[in-house]
Design a protein around this ligand. Structure first.
Ligand code: ASP
Length: 330
């Protein structure tokens, strides 16, 4: 049996809750697995949980398969506007950006907001000016638009667009939580938001306690799903509240998601960790691509009930951490 400290470090990654078209599901799973591997490599080398979540989320932002960075969904005008947040569980420091348009990695700008300003969130043009002052390279807004995101946008503008079908493929927000070998906890979440959103719409992702929260004393959560619903219940903090009340990381995640579903009809998903390295990847949507790396084992899944494992090639497991990542929520 694993002792609690043997379970550190750990990183858990998601690639968005929603309804992922069949032809994109393999890419989505491969994407979260490689991001979890990269985050774990940092942790295994003694790196911090903050560096691990930043690396995992940056990789997913650079992957055009996800709704973050290049590949972000488009707003009603056919433009990219992205939101991101990071939080450091040691200091409770956080940094966020919203409605940013011309940078490749909003998550790295969010970290700069945390590290280099006295503020928690910068938006739109002010965030761009700050990026420039920090020497963050600008990219053309067009370079963030993929053929797929343009196709989804155009399809949903059509007067006969089916609102149910239009949910297909629109979610793919990315996020990660991690605990490092020092016991420090961090979270990061990044998104292009909701498909065909109004210009200037800011979702849950950059809002502390909604898109993510990290506290060394309790744990960390990164969320995905219907942003307006997530904000109504401050999903990340709600889950941590349940953990503070003694619930396991998995039960707390389920309680938060079930409350959001029953109270405001919102669907979504989360990845969560506690300070001991226990983790969960839970969702009330049809699918959520997720991957976790711990004790030289990669765990991953996409549909409800799926939980595959693979060796990361290091020392073999000496016990089982046996998380059922996605049994259906009641
Ligand atoms: N939560 C994101 C938003 O509403 C979307 C998502 O997670 O898919 O902006």
């Amino acid at each position: 049996m694993l002792r609690v400290n043997d379970m550190l470090p750990v990183v858990v990654v998601h690639g968005g809750a929603g309804h992922i078209p069949k032809d994109r599901s393999e890419m989505s799973t491969a994407g979260v697995c490689s991001a979890a591997r990269a985050g774990y490599t940092i942790l295994r080398g003694g790196g911090s949980s903050m560096d691990a979540v930043l690396e995992a989320v940056s990789i997913l932002e650079n992957n055009p398969c996800f709704n973050a960075g290049c590949g972000s969904v488009l707003n009603i005008k056919g433009e990219v506007e992205m939101d991101a947040i990071v939080m450091d569980g040691l200091t409770l420091g956080s940094g966020a950006v919203s409605a940013v348009r011309n940078i490749a990695n909003p998550i790295q700008l969010a970290r700069l907001v945390m590290d280099k300003t006295s503020h928690s969130c910068l938006t739109a043009e002010g965030a761009s000016q700050f990026a420039r002052s920090m020497g963050v390279p600008e990219v053309s807004p067009e370079s963030l638009i993929t053929e797929y995101s343009h196709m989804r946008w155009a399809k949903n503008l059509a007067p006969d667009a089916n609102p149910v079908e239009s949910q297909m493929g629109k979610m793919g927000t990315v996020g990660a939580v991690a605990v490092d070998s020092e016991g420090n906890i961090a979270c990061a979440t990044s998104t292009g938001g909701m498909l065909n959103k109004m210009e200037g719409r800011v979702g849950d992702t950059p809002c502390i306690g909604s898109g993510g929260y990290a506290d060394n004393q309790v744990g960390a959560v990164s969320t995905t799903g219907h942003g307006e619903a997530i904000m109504k219940v401050t999903l990340a903090r709600l889950i941590l509240f349940h953990m503070e009340q003694g619930q396991s990381v998995e039960a707390a995640s389920d309680l938060g998601l079930a409350y959001m579903k029953s109270r405001v009809s919102g669907l979504g998903g989360v990845v969560s960790v506690d300070p001991q390295g226990r983790w969960a990847a839970r969702f009330s949507s049809l699918q959520m691509s997720w991957a976790a790396a711990q004790t030289e084992t990669l765990h991953y899944g996409l549909y409800v009930g799926e939980h595959f494992t693979q060796s990361l090639g290091g020392a073999p497991l000496t016990g089982s951490t046996a998380h059922l990542a996605s049994k259906p929520l009641g």
